[in-house]
Design a protein around this ligand. Structure first.
Ligand SMILES: NC(=O)c1ccc[n+]([C@@H]2O[C@H](COP(=O)([O-])OP(=O)(O)OC[C@H]3O[C@@H](n4cnc5c(N)ncnc54)[C@H](O)[C@@H]3O)[C@@H](O)[C@H]2O)c1
Length: 283
């Protein structure tokens, strides 16, 4: 099976290409950045252009769509222009990838949405209830988050119109072993993690979730929270709730360090993934 990985030269893209390659998939990296050295398995494309997306997806069986522009730097001179550019680029690229997949009759697209569609960084309003899961209303507070919510609406459209399956993985902040080493600094200022409820997901689980979502027995457009089972904090979840989330309705009892972003639906559909924790990393 030949899988196009858009954003294949990025941080998650490289991990996904390695994960798929290790499980017998052939991959084609699609990226606007030039690839140095070998050019096999790589096609250069700016996905903001539909014709480039259509060219790039020729001859593939499935797509993992990761290409995107992240949250603009908050110190930028004209933040509203940077936010607009992020929204426009991500919305166009995601629409174009879905449309190009429909043109080529590609039946499955797995793509990177974001935890931010449910409200992080919670600067305008806090969560309606906790833990967050797929039943929480969409509350994008940034143009980046809005671009992901727009992508989810586009996915529902393409699933409805072309009977495609599009799996949105709402990744939490992606972290790896090197970053876990810095956690003691993070613990010194526990309020720093409130913006996304002290949540994260391990890079290896992100790659595995993309692979498993390519073959999961699902139809239509669906969106899944993909976060580690625990928080990044060294304080208990009860203490975090009591100190930083007073007044927010908590809908069920939670484990000592259980995440406030619930990935139970993803785990049920993706064979237990995500499951990795920084607590197993020796920090
Ligand atoms: N890293 C995280 O913590 C995180 C969390 C949630 C969601 N996500 C999402 O996961 C995806 C991958 O994130 P990442 O951390 O690997 O980002 P990254 O910035 O490392 O990689 C993104 C890649 O996309 C490419 N790209 C950007 N615009 C493009 C375009 N118009 N056409 C073709 N290629 C383009 C870039 O060149 C880059 O190689 C993104 O959609 C991101 O929004 C990331």
């Amino acid at each position: 099976m030949r899988v196009a990985v858009t954003g294949g030269l990025g941080r998650i893209g490289r991990a996904v290409v390695a994960e798929l390659g290790g499980h017998g998939y052939e991959t084609v990296r699609i990226d606007v950045s030039p690839m140095r050295g070998q050019s096999g398995g790589y096609r250069r494309a700016d996905l903001r252009e539909l014709w480039q997306a259509v060219d790039a997806l020729d001859g593939v069986d499935a797509v993992v769509h990761l290409a995107a522009t992240g949250v603009p730097d908050s110190h930028t001179l004209h933040p509203e222009l940077a936010e607009g550019a992020t929204y426009t680029a991500n919305t166009a690229s995601t629409y174009n990838v879905f449309q190009a997949a429909a043109v080529h009759n590609i039946r499955r697209v797995v793509w990177a949405s974001s935890e931010t569609v449910l409200g992080p960084p919670f600067q305008v309003a806090g969560p309606s209830c906790l833990p967050l899961d797929e039943r929480h209303p969409l509350c994008p507070e940034t143009s980046y988050a809005l671009s992901k919510a727009a992508g989810e609406a586009a996915a529902r459209h393409f699933a409805h119109r072309y009977a495609m399956t599009l799996v949105a993985l709402r990744f939490s902040v992606v972290m790896d072993q090197a970053e876990y080493a810095a956690l003691p600094e993070y613990w010194a200022e526990p309020e720093r993690g409130r913006w996304n409820l002290w949540s994260y997901v391990d890079l290896a689980d992100v790659a595995v979730s993309c692979r498993l979502a390519l073959a999961a027995p699902v139809d239509g457009a669906l969106a899944l929270t993909v976060a580690a089972p625990d928080t990044l904090s060294n304080r208990t979840t009860a203490e975090l709730l009591d100190t930083f989330c007073r007044g927010v309705r908590v809908t069920r009892s939670l484990g000592a360090f259980e995440s406030l972003q619930c990935s139970a639906k993803a785990r049920a559909l993706l064979g237990g993934c995500p499951a990795r924790s920084w607590r197993d990393s020796g920090v």
